[in-house]
Design a protein around this ligand. Structure first.
Ligand code: CP
Ligand code: NVA
Length: 306
């Protein structure tokens, strides 16, 4: 069993080395194929803080923790009231007295980092405004299954959390990532600098037709992320040319696969025909959230058992 992840936090995908990611993907593939689960969380409780809505992340983590023998405790925004009812540091300190780990979906990366600093138990990022590492781990497994590790990935849409984790993952794993992002929505300079420090060659923006011409993966995310609802009309206009529809698919090889982290705003960033069409692998992608998170938890906890 790989022990490099034992007891660690995963606050950013860049907390993981290539070796860590390879170990997670291999463990996920093995558990998925065998249909069996070890029980490294036997007798352990893991809190799951959700400051914003979730379907996939909450359910897949809850099932993962349960299948690994543990007790998941979802804690929603209205009860925990992060930073309002009490400070992030106090919440981290208190939860650490009860729990063996914390999975957290919070707005601010700094709150996640504050929680990790005040809790000795592992803390896992279940999405912040800056990153969504567990999503991209699931995406890497899905790409391995459907297109192979040499796949060229084209990301179309907003340069925010999911995109940031893609940029960092590409730097760590060394695959080609093309970004098709409208002006004004580009990823922050700090993310690009961090990717360069991890070994990425210059990350640049591509015109849609050039990027798609020989891509293997067409990846999109919502144009209006959670918390940006008041900007929806402006965003619909600014991203309109990047809708993943049947016309856009014609710019790419017929073998290209379509991915979306979900939830989909059908009729905005993706059409029904495409998401439900033959090139879509989005539902396999969603399933893989469960497998990679189980693998991640296995590698964080199993080496600590015994
Ligand atoms: N992709 C994803 O994280 O979905 P949820 O917001 O439903 O958890
Ligand atoms: N960018 C999206 C991802 C949802 C999984 C959001 O932040 O809402």
């Amino acid at each position: 069993m790989y022990s490099g992840l034992a007891g660690r936090d995963v606050l950013s995908i860049a907390d993981l080395t290539r070796e860590d990611i390879e170990a997670v993907l291999a463990c996920a593939a093995e558990q998925k194929l065998s249909g069996t689960s070890p029980r490294p969380l036997e007798g352990k409780s893991v809190g799951m803080i959700f400051q914003r809505p979730s379907n996939r992340t909450r359910v897949s983590f809850e099932v993962a923790i349960h299948q690994l023998g543990g007790h998941p405790i979802p804690l929603f925004s209205q009860e925990i009231q992060l930073g309002e009812r009490e400070s992030v540091a106090d919440i981290g300190r208190i939860l650490d007295r009860y729990l063996d780990g914390i999975v957290a979906r919070v707005y601010n990366q700094s709150d996640l980092e504050g929680m990790a600093a005040s809790a000795g138990a592992p803390v896992i990022n279940a999405m912040t405004d800056d990153e969504h590492p567990c999503q991209v781990l699931a995406d890497l497994l899905t790409i391995r299954e459907h297109a192979g590790d040499e796949a060229v990935v084209t990301y179309l849409g907003d340069g925010n959390n999911v995109c940031n984790s893609w940029i960092l993952a590409a730097a760590i794993m060394g695959f080609e990532l093309r970004l098709v992002i409208p002006e004004g929505y580009e990823p922050r300079h700090a993310v690009l600098k961090r990717a360069e420090a991890l070994g990425a060659t210059e990350t640049r923006m591509w015109p849609v037709n050039t990027a798609l011409a020989d891509t293997d993966i067409i990846y999109t995310d919502v144009w209006t992320s959670m918390g940006q609802e008041q900007e929806r009309e402006r965003r619909r206009r600014d991203f309109a040319e990047l809708q993943v529809n049947e016309e856009l698919l014609k710019l790419a090889p017929g073998s290209a696969r379509v991915m979306h982290c979900l939830p989909a705003h059908r009729g905005e960033e993706i059409t029904d025909e495409v998401i439900d069409g033959a090139q879509s692998i989005v539902f396999d992608q969603a399933e893989n959230r469960l497998h990679v998170q189980k693998a991640l938890l296995t590698l964080i906890y199993a080496p600590l058992v015994g």
